[in-house]
Design a protein around this ligand. Structure first.
Ligand code: FES
Length: 273
């Protein structure tokens, strides 16, 4: 028996026949993503309160800190950017994030993520806003043309994100050095480690990661190590949406905690050092 594809949607006058609150998930997603982007944008360009000198806490929004204007001790990978670049009386470097070598890749990694694509296509473009709800657009070309064609580069942004997770891991390790050269452990360290572990979990749960680890194999039985890894990554992959949201939260919370410490709003809870 053969089936014949029919073009377009069923001819029903109603936008949808759904009677549940189908609009609720996209509304929540729009609110959550907008709030996070607003906070992150403000913090990235604020260029202050990102490093706690006493405990070497560096917020992930400024990692690695690559400007000559970075607070002493906060640059672990060099300072490629000048502190100032005056053009027409305006300091252009005010518009350049200190972590400019990593933030664009992290942004593109999340922007091209399979889950976030679903979320923002639904929440902002309403394409479609939910299953079985007609979209307002007359035409649909999917991801076959520029700029959405660029979504196919997600795998390469995954590689960049994995390297950046290594940098975040180094920051968490280095934060155990106190300013007098000893070993320290405080609530800030715990927060940094929780954030890094969850970032690794999100990165490892990426669909590209799962494909890289388990793809192009005809027989898992001949590749037991990759099979084991693929099973673990698949477990995380099933929780990718959850990890996508949790890591947005832990990133913002980690940054906020370090901002508060750096600004002197409160003190770190210290266990050692
Ligand atoms: Fe979401 Fe790769 S699919 S990070």
């Amino acid at each position: 028996m053969t089936t014949t594809a029919t073009g377009g949607r069923a001819a029903i006058a109603a936008r949808t026949l759904r009677t549940d609150r189908w609009w609720f998930p996209p509304a929540i997603q729009a609110f959550g993503l907008t709030a996070w982007v607003a906070y992150a944008t403000f913090r990235v360009f604020q260029q202050k309160d990102y490093f706690v000198t006493d405990y070497n806490y560096l917020t992930p929004f400024y990692s690695p800190c690559m400007s000559e204007a970075c607070v002493p001790g906060s640059s672990h990978f060099g300072q490629l950017l000048p502190a100032d670049l005056i053009v027409g009386g305006f300091d252009v470097m005010r518009l350049v994030p200190f972590a400019v070598v990593t933030l664009p890749f992290l942004l593109l990694f999340r922007l091209t993520c399979y889950y976030y694509r679903k979320a923002y296509y639904r929440a902002f473009w309403m394409s479609p806003p939910a299953c079985a709800v007609a979209e307002p657009h007359a035409k649909y070309s999917g991801e076959t043309r520029f700029p959405l064609l660029m979504q196919n580069f997600h795998r390469y942004f995954f590689y960049a994100a994995a390297i950046i997770s290594l940098i975040n891991t180094w920051d968490a390790i280095y934060a155990h050095h106190t300013h007098d050269g000893g070993f320290g452990l405080g609530l800030g360290n715990v927060i940094l480690w929780v954030n890094v572990i969850l970032l690794w979990a999100y990165t490892a749960s990426c669909h590209s990661c799962r494909s890289i680890i388990g793809g192009k194999l005809n027989h898992f039985s001949k590749h037991p190590v990759r099979y084991k890894l693929w099973q673990k990554v698949s477990f995380l992959n099933g929780r990718h949406m959850l990890l996508a949201w949790i890591t947005l939260g832990t990133l913002a919370l980690t940054d906020f905690y370090i901002m508060g410490l750096a600004a002197g709003w409160y003190s770190d809870l210290r266990f050692i050092g």
